[in-house]
Design a protein around this ligand. Structure first.
Ligand code: SAM
Length: 223
């Protein structure tokens, strides 16, 4: 019986691909990816010659039944995203759930994702944590922040450079100036950098130097 393989890919450092990820991508009949040009480069680097098909947030609803049909006919499919683990702030949930509804097995390979290194270099407790990903941009943002204001677990967020300052200011208003946070960019890459401090200190640093790169933000929970 064919299945769906969820295959994480590097978030920067290509050495982070796993041997199993390479083997799986070589063995499957079809590889679903967000951006075929970008994934082609990755596959070429590892000399993997699989067939690529685009599968992203704008076409996944139209594509999902077609893919399910293919798997039911015996075609083994792998899902990758632009970077990291599919389904983590990336497409993956819909196809995974639809496979399960159709009694198709899914297998997820462990591998790169930004939230775990971001959490572990933060110096903030990893004992209990909650992954929030990207905050809603407009609708629902205030409500989400208000719910999180009483969160006792460590919180992990994703953010892009142009929204970073706005998000940090919202954090200051929600969690207070003195709450401890960390800000990691370019994780696993040559210029990996993590800033640690109170929310006010980090805002000061970011206002002095224009934010660049994609960020993992870790916020300490309320005591
Ligand atoms: N699927 C990915 C994962 O498993 O982490 C996340 C994809 S999401 C579209 C992209 C976001 O992940 C970025 O905006 C950033 O917040 C975070 N991210 C990805 N790579 C990163 C890196 N090398 N350093 C810091 N943050 C990163």
């Amino acid at each position: 019986m064919a299945k769906l393989y969820i295959v994480p890919t590097p978030i920067g450092n290509l050495d982070d691909i796993t041997i199993r990820a390479i083997k799986t991508l070589e063995e499957v009949d079809l590889i679903l990816c967000e951006d075929t040009r970008r994934s082609k480069k990755l596959l070429n680097h590892f000399n993997i010659k699989g067939e690529l098909r685009s599968h992203h947030k704008f076409n996944e609803h139209d594509e999902v039944e077609i893919i399910i049909n293919k798997i039911q006919k015996g075609i083994n499919v792998a899902l990758i995203s632009d970077a990291g683990t599919p389904g983590i702030s990336d497409p993956g949930f819909l196809i995974g759930r639809t496979c399960l509804k159709n009694d198709i097995e899914i297998e997820c390979l462990p591998g790169p994702t930004a939230l775990i290194p971001g959490l572990l270099v933060s110096g903030i407790s990893a004992d209990k944590f909650v992954f929030e990903g990207f905050l809603p941009i407009k609708k629902g943002r205030k409500k989400r922040l208000s719910i999180l204001s009483s969160e006792t677990r460590t919180m992990i967020f994703y953010e892009s450079p142009h929204k970073l300052i706005r998000t940090l200011i919202d954090f200051k208003n929600t969690f207070g100036s003195n709450r401890r946070i960390s800000l990691s960019r370019e994780l696993t890459k040559l210029y990996e950098e993590t800033l640690r401090g109170t929310i006010s200190e980090i805002i000061d640093l970011c206002q002095k130097k224009k934010p660049k790169g994609e960020y993992v933000i870790v916020v300490e929970g309320i005591e």
